[in-house]
Design a protein around this ligand. Structure first.
Ligand SMILES: Nc1ncnc2c1ncn2[C@@H]1O[C@H](COP(=O)(O)OP(=O)(O)OP(=O)(O)O)[C@@H](O)[C@H]1O
Length: 262
């Protein structure tokens, strides 16, 4: 690897120092986050876990550029975070364009990325295949179930093959089988493309399966209280179903669940 690439690989993609986020009024302030430090380097898959209200979404919103910290410093690749700066974002709700078809939603994203018109139908079919919705390009989004809509939103984020992917409980509304399938898809894809991911979940199992590093947060005020390095294999050809069944996976999941309870 040339020297510049080595330096880039070590450079922080996300760099937060002493970040605090406050909502509400001066009379009734809500401190969602207090003094959070977070450094994520290229290719890391960082998962945030913690009880409801501990500031996970707020942290993601700071990195996405939707929320400005009340104090502290936030940088994404050395710059102030701003929406549309290249990070792919998947929210808890799908937020699709209701007036476009499924293919229209994906085609719009591909067009914005400069994918030539002639290549778009093939790319759309491939993306829908990946999220388990083959042949659904012509459907209206309102004809889809909530879980199916969320899969379209995930396909839209994957379409851009972003270098930074921010995901806020993206699989929460899906049935167990679809969730497992998409966990495997996102894990493999991120590994193959070297995508840096910041992912929010309530599930210790999901956190250990996906994350190379898991940060445990606590509320009142929202902060990071523990960190777990996950040393499970991440090569693109990893047999993920076998990994799920491995004793090491069970050990890590148990350890994280205990930390989350404690
Ligand atoms: N727009 C807002 N106005 C006022 N308070 C807010 C706002 N958004 C979030 N909060 C408060 O900030 C705190 C952190 O919220 P946040 O959504 O970041 O937590 P979370 O860990 O993502 O929660 P959950 O797991 O339930 O999604 C909570 O106390 C919440 O009530």
């Amino acid at each position: 690897m040339p020297r510049t690439e080595v330096a880039e690989a070590r450079e922080a993609v996300v760099d937060l120092a002493g970040v605090s986020v406050r909502y509400g009024s001066i009379r009734q302030p809500v401190t969602a986050l207090e003094g959070v430090d977070l450094r994520i380097t290229a290719g890391e898959f960082v998962v945030l876990v913690g009880p409801s209200g501990c500031g996970k979404t707020s942290l993601l919103r700071v990195v996405a550029g939707f929320e400005r910290p009340a104090s502290g410093r936030a940088r994404v690749r050395g710059e102030h975070p701003r929406p549309g700066a290249g990070a792919g974002v998947v929210f808890q709700q799908p937020r699709l364009f209701p007036w476009r078809t499924v293919g229209g939603n994906l085609g719009f994203a591909l067009a914005r990325l400069g994918v030539p018109r002639a290549e778009r139908p093939g790319r759309i079919d491939e993306l829908l295949e990946r999220v388990g919705l083959p042949g659904m390009a012509g459907r209206r989004t309102w004809e889809l179930s909530g879980g199916q809509q969320q899969r379209v939103a995930i396909a839209r984020a994957l379409a851009a093959e972003p270098r930074l992917l921010l995901m806020d409980e993206p699989f929460a509304a899906l049935d167990a089988l679809t969730r497992e399938r998409l966990q495997e898809e996102v894990r493999t894809l991120a590994g193959r493309l070297g995508t840096t991911v910041l992912f929010v979940t309530h599930s210790a199992e999901e956190a250990v399966l996906l994350g190379s590093r898991v940060l445990v947060m606590a509320a009142g005020p929202g902060r990071v209280v523990a960190e777990l390095a996950v040393g499970l294999p991440r090569e693109p050809d990893t047999d993920v179903p076998a990994l799920r069944a491995s004793p090491e996976f069970a050990r890590l999941r148990g350890r994280l669940a205990r930390t989350m309870r404690g």
